[in-house]
Design a protein around this ligand. Sequence first.
Ligand SMILES: C[S@@+](CC[C@H](N)C(=O)[O-])C[C@H]1O[C@@H](n2cnc3c(N)ncnc32)[C@H](O)[C@@H]1O
Length: 216
Amino acid sequence: MEAQFWHDRWTANQIGFHQTEINRHLQSYWSRLNAPKGSTIFVPLCGKSLDMLWLLEQGYRVFGVELSTLAVEAFFTENQLSAKQETVGAFTRWKLDELEIWCGDFFQLTAEDLSHVTAVYDRASLIALPPEMRQAYQQQLLSILPPQIAILLITLNYPQHLVKGPPFSVPEKEVYSLYQADFNIELLDRISEPAMPRFQEKGVDIIAEEIFSLTR
Ligand SMILES: C[S@@+](CC[C@H](N)C(=O)[O-])C[C@H]1O[C@@H](n2cnc3c(N)ncnc32)[C@H](O)[C@@H]1O
């Protein structure tokens, strides 16, 4: 997915991926990662996710990265928060207390930027990317994260040949092929739900959400 695709989505406010409530799987399963309170949680491709507020409320520091300035602005404005902005290399860092959102390209982050991170929350990040970019995403993630890291990963699973993404289908088998060399993978839950109308029109009635813990 080219950067322009996402800029266009945000400009046109076509952000069906955004949830107006805190993700229930995050609330149910976050504790399984045993991330120490006070430590920093990385939220790749964070959009304007309210889940970052939930993590802050639980006593974590949050480090998000997001391509779209519109998304980052919306996050702070809609939550009546005011952040200090400064340029850090190729990024604009929006910072408020325990929260930092770096506006720029995930693929330009370095290991130094993320040296203090203990865990990752990946909802609608891996599945936002087409197959040819997912390997690059995994490689970048592993190359910039410290060794002792845990990931809560939420994916979708549906017959990809019937509908084009995003969101893309990332079946359990692919999660294993991407991450099993580096992590212990546990499928924590699989929830099948009626698919969104756009998918149903193409013959995909049911879509499964799969929640994984990746630990070392
Ligand atoms: C499907 S949305 C998910 C947003 C968020 N995780 C959520 O749960 O609402 C994917 C987001 O990734 C952002 N994005 C796409 N490519 C990116 C990149 N290379 N670096 C940073 N953000 C990116 C898009 O602008 C978009 O907001």
